[in-house]
Design a binder for this molecule. Structure first.
Ligand SMILES: Nc1nc2c(ncn2[C@@H]2O[C@H](COP(=O)(O)OP(=O)(O)OP(=O)(O)O)[C@@H](O)[C@H]2O)c(=O)[nH]1
Ligand SMILES: [Mg+2]
Length: 412
């Protein structure tokens, strides 16, 4: 499968089934009571994080995903069947956005998020029977499911991120540290997409994950090269290893990397400096680099020199950082659903009155406008909820146009 770390599509919850308007007909009863059942709720679209997937590729060509609608209710108080949910597997590390921002961050295996809720089923006429209204002939319609365009963004999750200029030997190092075998080449930009490797040594309390990303170049944070797009994949790594080619001006390389990390908002992240390719240096140069980079690890990914020590160093740093609480994702905690407007608001303007509020808008959607009794019920409810007096207070007179959601009608 190809590595795809972004996908965009529309999700639609299923519509709720309509309630039924029905009357019980038994042989010796001339006119039975109302027995129309409720419609089933529509199915929802659910995202579920799994470790079995490491790319968003299955969604790269999807335009929309729709859950099943609920069945209508029927006579004898039969409830309509619920629509089935659609569960979409996404890789762990997937963040879900809509046009308003972050909705969810699926960073644990098994975590799930309802991204488009199915609509509620409508009630049947039997639920409207009262002692004074024994034979209501109206029912509610099912509500439409939620609909929104989402953008999924994958961040591979690792403990240590390898950052370096192209050709520094990051992929070689990943392969020296772990069982991963990323492509290594003696030319820049060999690595085109992030690769993960698990470092699991005997004696380690817990394995840790290292991410290799494409090389960064000057201006990466402004969009040059490939590295910039991929920096986000190490943006949650607890520790960054700056991999420098010791044989090619490592001072300059480190300065370039620090500038790019700073521009990407990662300058506070703990780092370890790794001088690679020391097999190419003589003793004098190695000594010089020990003085210039006193804290750096000197290694050769090719010969394996210094790699075991580096591995232990990374392991202990990762463990200590983990015990300190690790890295918080850079964005505010996730929002489950859009805040809904409770209560009712009446606004006058443009020759009409607009009534808004979650409850009344739902009421309008549920109303069966074909049925005079249904419309009457709607009007009674408006009165009961205080909408009629709010409209009067706002100046509405009989004959004026009132809009609730998509629905227009005359004020009476
Ligand atoms: N002599 C020597 N060569 C090395 C060492 N590590 C890597 N190389 C070579 O350096 C070249 C680049 O190595 P890669 O591991 O592909 O480098 P990279 O940083 O992943 O490069 P990009 O993916 O292009 O950013 C390859 O020819 C490697 O064989 C080392 O320790 N010593
Ligand atoms: Mg590489």
């Amino acid at each position: 499968m190809q590595f795809v770390d972004e996908a965009r599509f529309v999700v639609l919850g299923g519509r709720g089934g309509d309630g039924s308007a029905s009357f019980n007909r038994e042989k010796y009863k001339p006119r039975g009571g109302p027995d129309g059942g409720r419609g089933g709720d529509g199915g929802s679209v659910v995202l579920r994080a799994t470790e079995d997937l490491s790319t968003l590729e299955p969604y790269s060509y999807r335009n929309s995903v729709k859950a099943e609608r609920g069945r209508h209710g029927s006579g004898s108080n039969k409830v309509g069947e619920r629509g089935e949910d659609v569960a979409l597997d996404v890789p762990v590390g997937t963040r879900v956005y809509d046009e308003e921002g972050l909705l969810a961050d699926l960073s644990e295996p098994g975590e799930s998020f309802v991204v488009a809720r199915g609509g509620e089923g409508g009630r049947g006429n039997s639920s409207f029977a009262t002692s004074t209204r024994r034979a209501p002939a109206f029912r509610e319609k099912g509500l439409p499911g939620e609909e929104r365009e989402v953008r999924l963004e994958l961040q591979v999750l690792s403990d240590v991120g390898l950052v370096g200029l192209p050709n520094a030997g990051k992929s070689s190092l990943l392969s020296a540290l772990s069982a991963a075998r990323p492509k290594v080449g003696d030319y820049p930009f060999t690595t085109l997409t992030p690769k993960l490797g698990v470092v699991d040594e005997r004696g380690y309390r817990e394995p840790f994950v290292v991410a290799d990303i494409p090389g960064l170049i000057t201006g990466a944070s402004e969009g040059r090269g490939l590295g910039n797009r991929f920096l986000r994949h190490v943006s949650r790594a607890r520790l960054l290893a700056l991999v420098l080619d010791a044989s090619e001006d490592p001072e300059n390389a480190e300065a370039v990397l620090r500038v790019e990390l700073h521009a990407a908002g990662l300058s506070e992240r703990p780092t370890v400096v790794v001088l690679n390719k020391i097999d190419l240096l003589d003793d004098e140069l190695r000594e010089y680099l020990r003085e210039t980079f006193p804290a750096a690890a000197q290694i050769s990914a090719e010969t394996g020199e210094g790699v075991a020590e580096l591995r232990d160093l990374l392991e202990s740093e990762v463990r200590e950082l983990g015990e300190k609480g690790g890295v918080e994702p850079g964005e505010p905690g996730h929002r489950t659903f859009r805040p809904s407007w409770e209560g009712v608001r009446v606004e006058a303007g443009g020759g009409e009155y607009v009534v808004s509020g979650e409850e009344v808008e739902r009421l309008a959607l549920k109303t069966d406008w074909e049925s005079p009794e249904g419309v009457e019920h709607f009007q009674r409810e408006l009165d009961r909820k205080g909408v009629v007096s709010a409209l009067k207070k706002a100046g509405a007179e009989p004959g004026d146009e009132v809009r609730i959601g998509e629905r227009m009608f005359d004020f009476q």
